[in-house]
Design a protein. Structure first.
Length: 255
């Protein structure tokens, strides 16, 4: 279904220019630097398989998700894509500012590749799964974030695609809806759809994943779901400790 062979992506980052004491900065404070967040990457996904992704070096899972859905062309290597693929991202209230909940659902469905006829045919099922039957005529801007996230998930998992990629949108909403997300993902696997997921939810990893892919610069490794879940926990704790150190440094500077 999906194959990446020796793939590399080069990006341009803005770095702080090194300064010498008592020397004025003439060329600006920042300098462009070309880096390879992904290089020599090999990956294969079969139909009906779910793979979770963790990027421990660059924390750029969205870059990999854009690669596997054809939204980003590699600078080196080859990518063999399925016929239809979709990257699911969370809708924002700004995009849906003046739309009702019903209009927002139809708009998101159109963005996911559903025709007007397909939207009409599947509309009731999407509304029921998202749990917004009583909110259809209310303004989207006034709804909580989890309601729009539930609509996005319900529409994305209805789209006529062979490969679905999720960027933090594979498990959303309240506790009851999260359990339904896991059930729906397993149904998609049984239907032969490929899933590539970035999620920090350990429960979902253990319930849905067939394997986990860990990206570390020009290295990539695959692990079984249990081992991958432990790595997700370690990554979350490491980020939390880094944030705590940054806050402490900020407090010291203020003092």
């Amino acid at each position: 279904m999906l194959t990446l062979t020796d793939v590399g992506v080069r990006v341009v980052e803005m770095k702080q220019r090194k300064r010498r004491e008592n020397v004025p900065t003439v060329l600006g404070q920042q300098v462009k630097e070309r880096t390879w967040p992904v290089r020599h990457l090999n990956f294969h996904l079969e139909a009906g398989e779910a793979v979770f992704v963790l990027d421990i070096a660059n924390h750029r899972p969205a870059l990999f998700l854009r690669l596997v859905t054809g939204l980003l062309a590699p600078d080196e290597g080859t990518v063999t894509l399925p016929r239809r693929s979709l990257l699911s991202v969370a809708p924002s209230r700004k995009q849906l500012k003046y739309l009702s909940v019903e209009q927002s659902l139809r708009f998101i469905a159109g963005c996911c590749g559903l025709s007007d006829r397909a939207i009409d045919r599947k509309f009731d099922d999407m509304v029921e799964f998202a749990g917004v039957s009583r909110l259809l005529h209310r303004q989207s801007q006034s709804q909580p974030r989890h309601v729009l996230a539930q609509i996005g998930f319900a529409v994305a998992t209805t789209a006529p695609v062979d490969l679905l990629a999720f960027d933090r949108t594979a498990i959303v909403g309240d506790k009851e809806f999260r359990a339904r997300c896991i059930q729906r993902l397993n149904e998609l696997k049984a239907a032969g759809k490929g899933l590539v997921i970035y999620s920090q939810d350990v429960r979902q990893v253990r319930a849905v994943a067939d394997r986990g892919l860990v990206l570390d610069g020009d290295k990539s490794s695959e692990f079984d779901p249990d081992m991958f879940a432990r790595m997700v926990i370690d990554d979350k704790q490491g980020r939390w400790q880094q944030k705590r150190k940054r806050r402490r440094r900020g407090d010291r500077k203020e003092r």
